[in-house]
Ligand binder design. Structure first.
Ligand code: SF4
Length: 291
C-alpha cells in the first residue's frame, strides 16, 4: 500500500485497514488545524492505484478485514461515482467487510446532496466522521471552518436520511472565554437538530504553525482552564436532548466520558461534578500540540 502526506484516522478506526483515497484536505483553512497545512495539495488518487492497494491488502490479509477507512482529510469531497466504485470494489474483495468510513466536512456533504449520499450508501459507505467543531456561526467564521450552523444541520440530516452512520466532533473551548456560552448553546442546538449516532468530544489544544496559536500569542484568544472546559462539557450535556452515543475518546480531554444519551446523562453529569471538585493542577498540563 502506498501513502502520501499525513495519514490521520479517528481513534475508533484503530483496527481498520487504511487505504488512501485522497491526499490532503480541499479546504485546508481551519485556524486550529495544522495537519495538512504544509501540503501536499489536495487531490484524488487515481482509482486504478486505490484498487491496486485494496488488492494488495487482500493479498496480505486475506478475507479477514472487517472495517476499512479511506484517508485523507475530506475523502467525501471526491466524486460520488469514484467513491462508490472503490467502496463496491472493497466490498467485493472483502466479504466480511462490515464498515467503510471517511472523513467529511459539512460543506462537501451538503454539495453531494441526498441522492449522491444514497448512492454512496448503496455502494457500501457506512459511516462519516464530521468535524462539527461548533454550532455557533461566529466561531465557525472566526476559525475559518468554511460552513455554517444551518449547513451542518442540512448535511447531518442528509447523511442520516441516506442511512449512513454519523459521528460529529465537538471541540470544547473553541470559542475561548469570549464565546463559551454561545459555543455550548448553539452546539447543543445543532446536535439536537441532527441527532447524530455519535457525539465525540475533543478539547482544544493549540497546535504549532496555526493561526489560532498566533492569535493566542497576541492575546486575541483566551483559552479555557480545565474547570472551564468541564463547565462547558456539563452545560453541553445538560442541553443535549437527542438520542446519541457520547464519547470523549481522545487524549486531549481532561476526563473520560462515555455513555448513551439520554439514559446515562445523570451518571455522566455526576462524573463531571466530581471532576470539578479536583484542583486544576491535577489535570493534564497545558501544552502546544505538534501533530
Ligand atoms: S479541520 Fe478538517 S476541514 Fe479543517 S483544515 Fe483540518 S482537515 Fe481540513
Amino acid at each position: 500500500m502506498r501513502y502520501e502526506g499525513p495519514i490521520y484516522r479517528p481513534p475508533s478506526e484503530a483496527d481498520s485497514l487504511l487505504i488512501q483515497a485522497t491526499v490532503g484536505c480541499p479546504h485546508n483553512k481551519c485556524s486550529f488545524c495544522m495537519v495538512y497545512k504544509k501540503g501536499p495539495a489536495y487531490r484524488v488518487r487515481p482509482i486504478k492505484e486505490i484498487c491496486e492497494d485494496i488488492t494488495e491488502a487482500h493479498n496480505i490479509y486475506g478475507d479477514r478485514i472487517q472495517t476499512l477507512f479511506f484517508p485523507a482529510g475530506n475523502t467525501i469531497a471526491m466524486p460520488e461515482k469514484d467513491l462508490s466504485y472503490i467502496c463496491l470494489f472493497a466490498t467485493e474483495k472483502f466479504p466480511l467487510l462490515k464498515r467503510i468510513t471517511v472523513y467529511g466536512s459539512s460543506q462537501y456533504i451538503a454539495r453531494k446532496g441526498p441522492q449522491e449520499l444514497r448512492s454512496l450508501r448503496m455502494g457500501g459507505l457506512s459511516r462519516i466522521h464530521v468535524g462539527l467543531e461548533s454550532g455557533d456561526d461566529e466561531i465557525l467564521r472566526k476559525v475559518k471552518k468554511g460552513t455554517t450552523a444551518s449547513e451542518h444541520v442540512e448535511a447531518g440530516r442528509f447523511v442520516k436520511e441516506a442511512g449512513i452512520e454519523l459521528s460529529e466532533y465537538v471541540v470544547l473551548g473553541l470559542g475561548g472565554l469570549e464565546r463559551t456560552k454561545e459555543h455550548i448553546t448553539a452546539t447543543a442546538e445543532v446536535l439536537n437538530a441532527i441527532e447524530p449516532d455519535f457525539v465525540r468530544l475533543r478539547t482544544l489544544v493549540p497546535k504549532v504553525n496555526t493561526l489560532l496559536l498566533h492569535q493566542m500569542g497576541k492575546g486575541l484568544f483566551q483559552p479555557l482552564s480545565p474547570h472551564q472546559v468541564l463547565m462547558e462539557t456539563k452545560e453541553l450535556l445538560k442541553n443535549l436532548e437527542c438520542r446519541t452515543h457520547l464519547t470523549s475518546d481522545h487524549y486531549t480531554n481532561y476526563i473520560n466520558l462515555t455513555g448513551h444519551l439520554p439514559e446515562d446523562k445523570e451518571k455522566l453529569l455526576r462524573k463531571i461534578e466530581q471532576a470539578l471538585t479536583k484542583d486544576e493542577t491535577r489535570f493534564r498540563p497545558f501544552f502546544i500540540g505538534t501533530q
